[in-house]
Design a protein around this ligand. Structure first.
Ligand SMILES: [Cu+2]
Length: 487
């Protein structure tokens, strides 16, 4: 028997899951910044997915909701309490803390044992960020949550803030999912080794789409998921957010999926992208917006009336979609089709090309240029950077005060969302063509394409640099950016 979400949550199986995912916050009020430690609990909870109870992890903040929202001027002054029953470590994705607070399991910063508490205290940067486990594959089991740092400008803007966090979900364990990807190892062909994905060797959950321009088949969606969640709900039972009078919304989109990329479709609405990965960009209008794994988008939407407006997130290469519904108070919401009429194309750099940072890097020639080859294939399922597999890697060395560029060259038939910890970088070239692009922390490298990023080495430490597709990272696609003299 399938249970409704209400029945599952009422069955006693739910722990922290009975509260709404996130409140919407009214901008006008400007409460005093809090002082003292905020409590964040890593634990477990039960969701209702496709009418069945699903045991997942969760990160519950001081007000009982997932994650943390900081007010203008507040420090990230947090006690992280591990009640997950297993070691964990939480990464503050896109934030720029000292490296020992970054939440990566270096030998110097081991995971937090079950039952222990770890303290953090750093000055956050404003914008739409998120937090997720960097321990094992806990991220696939929803050990992730929003981390919103509101700016003084946000406080002055009269906009209703709406957070939309996306996840991919399976009733299988992450270990089972990974085993399903790696079991075909050994059937390697010369073609796959060269990066020309052999579709016949792909796992059952995989799909291919023609890569526009090249005419070659692009590999998409390594895993066949059971559901895609928006604020922990499927589109059969979406969160309905009642919009306030005036209908001025700031949508904070977060792709927290482990290995799924989405097209955000504003439906009947159009919006203005004003920030990517938390960093302001010059306004870009759009209705269908690509959102790679781990990326964020801030979109301003002025609702044209007091109607009902679904916000869709459709999986690349598939008809499957999830989303939320913006609805004026009193407006009745009809059920929505959980599948789009057509497969979505692969997520691409169509938006990236149009982005321009509000605060770009100061003009300067690079002191050090690194080049990184992204390699691997579906069969055997293995992914490397410069021919090396984590943890057996040669760090990319950078020194304080240096301007660094990294050219990432993708020799595979998948796209890879590459994320650098501890630094914001600017996208300065796509396929060799110079660009004064966005400042951000995660950029997609399309199949057989290249992207060059630049950053100033201003945060000494050890920093992970990896593909944010969880299964690519697990199979080796990670390296280290390292400063000299770090112990
Ligand atoms: Cu990858």
């Amino acid at each position: 028997m399938l249970l409704t979400r209400r029945q599952v949550l009422a069955s006693g199986a739910a722990m922290a899951g009975t509260i709404p995912f996130l409140p919407t916050t009214r901008a006008a009020a400007a409460p005093e910044p809090r002082t003292g430690k905020l409590r964040l609990t890593a634990g477990t909870r039960t969701l209702a997915v496709n009418g069945k109870p699903a045991r997942v992890f969760g990160l519950i903040g001081p007000n009982g909701n997932p994650g943390i929202t900081l007010l203008p001027g507040e420090r990230f002054d947090v006690d992280l309490v591990n009640q997950a029953g297993t070691p964990t470590i939480i990464h503050w994705h896109g934030q720029l803390p000292p490296w020992k607070q970054d939440g990566f399991p270096w030998p110097q910063t081991p995971p937090i044992p079950a039952g222990d508490t770890q303290s953090y205290d750093y000055a956050p940067i404003a914008g739409t960020y998120w937090m997720h486990s960097h321990q094992g594959m806990q991220e696939q089991s929803l050990m992730s949550a929003p981390l919103i740092v509101r700016s003084a400008e946000d406080g002055r803007a009269d906009r209703q803030e709406v957070v939309l966090m996306l996840h991919d979900f399976s009733f299988r364990t992450p270990d089972e999912l990974l085993a399903g990807l790696t079991k075909s190892n050994g059937s390697q062909s010369a073609m796959t080794k060269s990066g020309m994905g052999d579709n016949m060797n792909m796992g059952s959950g995989s799909m291919a789409a023609m890569n526009m321009g090249s005419g070659m088949a692009q590999d998409l969606n390594d895993i066949d998921y059971d559901a895609f969640l928006a604020n922990d709900r499927t589109f059969a039972d979406p969160e309905v957010i009642r919009t306030e009078r005036g209908g001025r919304v700031r949508l904070r989109l977060i792709n927290a999926a482990a290995s799924t990329q989405f097209w955000v479709d504003l439906g009947a609405l159009s919006g203005t992208v004003v920030a990517v990965d938390g960093h302001p960009v010059r306004p870009v209008r759009g209705t269908r917006l690509p959102l790679a794994i781990a990326q964020r988008l801030d979109v301003l939407i002025d609702l044209p009336g007091n109607g009902v407006y679904p916000i869709f997130a459709q999986v690349e290469g598939k008809r499957a979609r999830t989303g939320i519904v913006l609805a004026a108070s009193g407006a009745s919401v009809s059920p929505l089709a959980t599948e789009a009429e057509e497969n979505a194309p692969p997520v691409d750099l169509s938006l990236e090309h149009r982005l321009e940072a509000v605060t770009p890097l100061a003009p300067r020639a690079p002191d050090v240029r690194h080049r990184m080859i992204l390699a691997g294939a579906m069969a055997p399922y293995a992914w490397s950077l410069n021919g090396e597999y984590w943890p057996n890697v040669t760090p990319l060395m950078v020194a304080p005060e240096q301007r660094v560029t990294i050219e990432m060259v993708n020799h595979t038939m998948m796209s890879h969302p590459m994320h650098l910890h501890g630094h914001a970088f600017q996208v300065v070239a796509i396929n060799g063509a110079p660009l004064a692009g966005a400042v951000r922390d995660t950029v997609l490298i399309p199949p057989m394409g290249s992207v060059t990023i630049a950053f100033d080495a201003d945060n000494p430490g050890r920093w992970a640099f990896h593909c944010h597709n969880l299964y690519h990272m697990m199979m080796g696609m990670m390296t280290e950016v390292r400063y000299p003299g770090i112990v």
